[in-house]
Design a protein around this ligand. Structure first.
Ligand code: NAP
Length: 199
């Protein structure tokens, strides 16, 4: 398979690269890194990336930033960071990708744990993750040409334990291998409309 992985150099995207690159042709995409550069928050940049890469069998997306802070202090503008920084870019990658994904191909998006196991200051993250999980469930029944769509929703990665120290009390940390297997299942397996939880 020819597979686009957006966010390939990131903590999460790297697990997908490691799980899939041995068996498939992987095109690594990042904002400043990888085989192709793209700003996923700019729809023209998404279109240019697809045009450069051409037809593929799978698209994996592991990007996104949100606002963290107490809900009673959050502004509407801060809430929109979750929409514009995590939800819309991943949805746009799907909407712009139909002409480039082969019959029977797949899209795999990335959400996260905060909408099923909340943390303090995580309401924007929870909303963004819930929106992405809902999108794949709803979109799966409409997908043309046998194209599948799923979301991978990992707990905090072991490799990110230090970066998130104190923000996820009591949460488990998951291995790169476990997260990579979820991307393998989404891309190489048969599921569609699923939120693949790694915890
Ligand atoms: N880390 C975790 O433990 C964890 C757990 C559950 C869910 N998640 C979710 O997984 C997603 C990725 O998190 P991460 O920790 O892997 O982030 P990360 O380590 O900061 O990696 C981000 C990746 O996305 C790319 N990127 C950033 N902005 C971009 C843009 N505008 N256009 C295109 N590519 C862009 C980066 O490329 P460049 O380096 O080239 O900029 C990098 O490859 C987030 O939505 C996060 O909430 C993370």
């Amino acid at each position: 398979m020819k597979i686009i992985i957006v966010g390939a150099t990131g903590a999460v995207g790297k697990t997908a690269v490691d799980a899939l690159s041995g068996r498939h042709e992987v095109i690594r995409v990042g904002r400043t890194s990888g085989d192709e550069q793209m700003d996923i928050e700019d729809i023209d940049s998404i279109r240019a990336m697809y045009s450069n890469v051409g037809k593929v069998d799978a698209v994996v997306c592991a990007i996104g930033h949100v606002h963290f802070g107490p809900v009673h202090e959050m502004t509407s503008e801060q809430f929109m960071e979750g929409i514009n920084g995590k939800v819309l870019p991943q949805v746009n990658l799907v909407l712009e990708g139909f002409d480039y994904v082969n019959d029977g191909g797949s899209f795999t998006l990335t959400s996260g744990v905060t909408n099923r196991d909340p943390i303090r200051g995580g309401s924007c993250a929870a909303a963004a993750n819930g929106a992405l999980d809902g999108f794949v469930v709803g979109a799966a029944v409409d997908m043309p040409r046998g194209i599948r769509i799923n979301a991978v929703s990992p707990e905090v990665l072991e490799t990110c334990r230090a970066a998130y120290d104190g923000f996820f009390p009591g949460h488990v940390h998951v291995s790169d291998e476990a997260v990579g297997l979820a991307y393998s299942k989404a891309v190489e397996g048969c599921l569609s409309g699923q939120v693949i939880i790694v915890e």
